[in-house]
Design a protein around this ligand. Structure first.
Ligand code: SF4
Length: 592
């Protein structure tokens, strides 16, 4: 809508503007963003713009046609004010404000962030795009395998398997026909890394997949993208069509190399299809359920042929590694975790967005330096890393580096890159319930412990949140979690208990409080009630907004909430201008 408003305003003024759409800047907390680059002078960036502010924005930067100016002044005078004024101080994104968000980042998978038109092939080529593929074709498969192995690149989809080893196994697998697959089936709540990479850097992901094909000797490839990402699907299809029209895909890669045919397959939205054997079953037209390994997909995968499946971010790193060399990539990171990691930074953080940081950076630095910490007056409580397969790390332990092994020692996993920041208003039992509900719902049902065990765990968590669990049920929850972990076939079941086990380990006191019928964070609706405190002036804002009429309208008198009617929707707290509504947990005030 903002872009259309710019186009409309520019046309109305008869001013020729070059409007360039660009990919993700990562600064999601300030979008929509517009950068104005005048023919002379410094560029200026505006954030959080609304379509109604566009006219005032262009007034600041373009000569205004005197008739337009007069018409707009008349419109205002007549009360027909359609354009909002632009408060430059509020909307202008200055460097001091955005610098902390970007200063600690290292852009490899997201190289050229916010600069490129995602579908402009010539621009991508001018920025070094497809140089890496050309080098791979010139130097041969062995050189690529050596570079990717020496770089220490590990799969970014969650498990962290060494990419070079996987590619070599696929290359060495017997058989004339092989496949490469880009796994874009990102389904964890809170994660949007793959989506942004596919939407903003389609040529880079395709180039990474083409390099993988040259390394393993595949002439066919698939980009498996979940159907819930329609823009990603559209852009990848458009990028493939552009490359085919230029003769760079199909009979000869870049018009000179081996044949490579690529196509898009849309996933139907099952989280378990992110597991490679389930993904392959889905591509073959069967129900997307995992199977026992071995044989591994690199030995026998799609249509029984060796198949090398790599995550989107893994592939997006490959062109950079080939262009800059393995040592440059390995220079970032710690221990066995080299390079960078892209995170979807979200939750109770002030600056959320897509961030790429060097491996080895402490989690606390990502939250405070990059994300700006939690809101003033709030306490940073924990980080949920890796989505439903990951775990909760308490703030006190967040000096842990982003490193596959270090996170594992705390009972968490890197996962694909969801990073949800929690503050003192978040209930850890409720958080565990939320993630377990997701994995329970997404279990394919093949394994008894994943299918039934997670259901029984969920039932205990529901009882805890309702204040009806028995004291023996904490031990039962823990026992079931270990059984599900040990008795499940695929990563979904094996990691589903992680949010429960990590919160039990680091926040046991909260579970015990729930056994006693209390929710210290004031989150579990069955265990709290709302009360109007002394600061009430009787303004009646709460009574007006309550959707269930639980607050009688008593102007100028202190209002009272009818506990039996109240659904704990929280609307009244947001509406009260005097901050006079309290959440009460067994007589104790919860974090406001
Ligand atoms: Fe299906 Fe769960 Fe077994 Fe995985 S662990 S195969 S999701 S039942």
């Amino acid at each position: 809508a903002v872009r259309s408003a710019v186009e409309r305003e520019a046309a109305r003024r008869g001013v020729p503007l070059l409007i360039k759409p660009v990919g993700c800047t990562g600064i999601c907390h300030r979008t929509p963003l517009i950068e104005i680059r005048p023919p002379q002078g410094e560029p200026v960036t505006y954030a959080n713009l609304q379509p109604a502010q566009v006219a005032a924005l262009l007034d600041r930067h373009l000569p205004v046609n005197p008739f337009t100016a007069l018409a707009r002044r008349l419109g205002r005078w007549l009360g027909d004010e359609v354009d909002a004024e632009l408060d430059g101080r509020r909307y202008q994104l200055d460097d001091a404000e955005s610098a902390p968000f970007t200063a600690s980042q290292v852009h490899i998978a997201t190289e050229g962030w916010g600069e490129h038109d995602p579908l402009d092939l010539d621009e991508y080529v001018a920025q070094g795009g497809f140089d890496a593929l050309r080098m791979a074709l010139r130097d041969g498969a062995e050189a690529v395998l050596t570079a990717v192995t020496a770089a220490g690149l590990r799969g970014r989809g969650g498990a962290g398997f060494p990419t070079g080893r996987k590619w070599r196994a696929a290359r060495n697998a017997p058989g004339p026909a092989k496949y490469v697959v880009c796994n874009g089936d990102e389904g964890d709540p809170g994660a949007f890394m793959d989506r942004m990479l596919l939407e903003s850097w389609p040529f880079r992901v395709i180039e990474g997949l083409a390099i993988a094909a040259t390394a393993v000797g595949a002439e066919d490839g698939i980009l498996y993208i979940r159907a819930e990402y329609p823009l990603a699907v559209t852009r990848i299809r458009a990028a493939l069509a552009t490359l085919e029209a230029r003769g760079w895909l199909g009979a000869k890669l870049l018009g000179e190399g081996q044949p490579l045919a690529l196509r898009v397959v849309e996933g139907a939205g099952a989280f378990v299809c992110g597991e490679e054997t389930a993904l392959i079953a889905s591509v073959e037209g069967r129900r997307g359920t995992p199977r026992l390994r071995p044989p591994f997909p690199v030995e026998r995968g799609l249509d029984g042929k060796p198949t090398c499946v790599n995550n989107v971010e893994t592939l997006a790193c490959v062109p950079w590694i080939v262009r800059h060399g393995a040592a440059a990539f390995a220079a970032h990171g710690s221990g066995g975790s080299r390079g960078t990691k892209v995170f979807a930074l979200a939750g109770k953080v002030r600056r959320g967005g897509l961030v790429e940081v060097p491996m080895g950076m402490a989690l606390a630095r990502i939250v405070t330096e990059v994300g700006g910490g939690v809101a003033p007056g709030r306490t940073f409580k924990a980080v949920q890393i890796g989505g439903p397969s990951g775990g909760c790390i308490p703030a006190a332990l967040c000096d842990v580096p982003v490193d596959f092994e270090a996170l594992g020692r705390l009972g968490a996993i890197m996962g694909s890159g969801g990073l949800v920041v929690l503050d003192d208003r978040d209930c850890m039992v409720d958080m565990a319930r939320y993630f377990l509900r997701f994995t329970q719902d997404q279990s394919c049902g093949k394994c008894t412990l994943c299918r039934v065990g997670t259901r029984r765990m969920q039932a205990i968590l529901e009882r805890l949140c309702a204040g009806t669990a028995q004291p023996t049920e904490l031990a039962e929850l823990e026992r079931l979690a270990h059984q599900v972990e040990a008795g499940s076939l695929c990563g979904l079941g094996r990691t589903a208990p992680n949010p429960v086990l990590t919160t039990l380990r680091h926040f046991r006191a909260e579970y015990e409080a729930h056994l006693a019928g209390r929710c210290p964070a004031g989150r579990c609706t069955a265990l709290i009630r709302y009360q109007v405190a002394d600061g009430c002036t009787g303004c009646s804002a709460c009574a007006q907004i309550c959707p269930v009429e639980a607050i009688p309208f008593t102007p100028y008198a202190r209002h009272v909430i009818d506990d039996a009617r109240c659904t704990r929707c929280d609307a009244c707290r947001g509406a009260c201008p005097h901050d006079a509504i309290r959440i009460i947990d067994r007589g104790v005030a919860c974090p406001a």
